[in-house]
Design a protein around this ligand. Structure first.
Ligand SMILES: NC(=O)c1ccc[n+]([C@@H]2O[C@H](COP(=O)([O-])OP(=O)(O)OC[C@H]3O[C@@H](n4cnc5c(N)ncnc54)[C@H](O)[C@@H]3O)[C@@H](O)[C@H]2O)c1
Length: 438
């Protein structure tokens, strides 16, 4: 394929060199004359393993060149990769001016082309930027329509500096956010030889995924550092502690606990987060990340409360209020916190939870339910049907699979707030279904 690469920084230079190696004809475009001259003389504008050889080979073969002129790049190619910088502004917001400018330049050339051209954004952009910045810039300057007259994709880059060529060839995944299938198919043809999961999705989701990845990586580093600092203070080797932590691929290095939903609770997590944080504080160890875990958890309870208040109803049914399905444990259940806030605000509540109901009659937790949370116990109904007859609004509080079947057969107009996730299929049938994070 004939490809132009806009922006000859780390991302653009690596993409240009690797695509030329893979047999494509590549024109790099950058206003920086020094970078353009370096590439045209077969040298790399960036320091990276293997890049010098790839650029030298690419230029020698005639498949790689560079220019300062956008019209030269666009005019000779079928697809453009936009790899310009998106730095932070002083207030932390994203500076999208280079993306905007390059899209205006590309758009101005599109009407002159004889065949459909596809624009691919590889720069990191916040969700909605394609819609609000990229598409308007391209359409205004070209007078053409994205998805019909020209193709458009978002294709986040996951390489790391220092191992950039290796990472280009061994990506953790290939994400293609496409405005139409033809654009995605054309882009995918560049990556067909790579062994990596391929995700074809919307442009907004592709934009978001890149941020989720990077924020997660940043979070992991700070988490490991805070744990390392506490471990060292306790006379332990933080590296060894984190190695032990990483051996657990069932709960730690896994998908576990990575589904968005409601706050955590139960008899262990809140207590243990508080204890370790207190221990660090007592030793004057700064653990800002650990310190904000409980705050973040409480913010999720407050969010659910705001969602409920916005429904402007009085009679509410809560399906499931132990801290997770399959248990009768109400200690530190965040759903109980939510219920107590609703009671305090004068809502007329009914609650159903099969396990808590049984426990209130027999079992070790009977005493806890009757003596510690009697105000909750007294609101319990015996059946889901009783609860549905009462609630103008139903809250799904935990993932008991029985709730989905019951709600599927219920009034499709009744508002439902799902803070657990098991009832997501209702989004297709119940117009007033709302999930807390979906
Ligand atoms: N560096 C990384 O490791 C990395 C990894 C993944 C994603 N990203 C993202 O990729 C994007 C590029 O990052 P980078 O580190 O390669 O940036 P960079 O700052 O190294 O390079 C950007 C290049 O764009 C050029 N440029 C500016 N305006 C231009 C225009 N109108 N036309 C053509 N070129 C223009 C600049 O001259 C510069 O050479 C950013 O959004 C970044 O967040 C970077």
């Amino acid at each position: 394929m004939k490809i132009s690469v806009f922006g000859l920084g780390y991302v653009g230079t690596v993409a240009a060199a690797c695509l030329a190696r893979d047999g494509h004809y590549v024109v790099g475009v950058d206003p920086n004359g020094t970078k353009v001259d370096l590439i045209n003389s077969g040298r790399s504008p960036i320091i990276e393993a293997d890049i010098d050889r790839l650029i030298a080979d690419g230029v020698k073969s005639g498949r790689l060149s560079a220019t300062k002129s956008a019209d030269y790049g666009i005019g000779r190619t079928e697809l453009s990769l936009v790899c310009v910088g998106t730095p932070s502004q002083a207030n932390g917001s994203l500076d999208t001016r280079y993306v905007s400018r390059v899209c205006t330049e590309i758009g101005a050339e599109l009407p002159r082309l004889k065949r459909r051209h596809t624009v691919v954004i590889r720069s990191t952009l916040l969700p909605g930027s394609m819609r609000d910045i990229v598409v308007p810039a391209l359409e205004t300057s070209s007078g053409l329509s994205a998805g019909t007259d020209f193709g458009l994709c978002n294709n986040p880059e996951f390489l790391r500096e220092g191992t950039a060529v290796y990472d280009y060839d061994h990506p953790p995944k290939t994400v293609i956010g496409e405005i139409d299938k033809a654009s995605g198919d054309q882009l995918m043809s560049l990556y067909e030889h790579l062994v990596a999961p391929v995700i074809r999705t919307t442009v907004d989701a592709a934009e978001m995924v890149k941020y989720v990845d990077n924020v997660w990586h940043a979070l992991k580093i700070c988490f490991a550092n805070e744990i390392g600092n506490i471990a060292k203070d306790a006379g332990l080797n933080g590296t060894q502690i984190m190695e032990m932590f990483c051996k657990d691929e069932k709960l730690n290095i896994s998908k576990a606990y990575l589904k968005p939903g409601f706050a955590f609770g139960g008899s262990c997590l809140p207590k243990d987060v508080r204890a370790l944080t207190y221990r660090a504080r007592s030793a004057d160890i700064s653990v800002p990340l650990l310190e904000t875990i409980i705050e973040s958890n409480e913010a999720q309870i407050a969010k659910a409360l705001r969602m409920i208040l916005a429904k402007k109803v009085r009679r509410i049914g809560v399906l499931g209020f132990s801290f997770k399905a399959g248990t009768d444990d109400l200690r530190e259940s965040p759903v109980v916190d939510l219920i107590e806030s609703l009671i305090g605000k004068g809502f007329d509540l009914k609650l159903y939870d099969k396990n808590v109901r049984i426990a209130s009659l027999v079992g070790a937790n009977k005493d806890y339910i009757l003596n510690h949370v009697p105000h909750i116990a007294r609101l319990m109904t015996d059946t889901i049907d009783d609860l549905l007859a009462h609630g103008e609004l139903v809250i799904v509080g935990n993932n008991d699979p029985a709730f989905l079947a019951a709600l599927q057969a219920s009034d499709p107009a009744r508002p439902i707030i799902d803070i657990a996730g098991v009832c997501h299929p209702l989004s297709a049938t119940h117009a007033n279904y709302e999930g807390i994070c979906w």
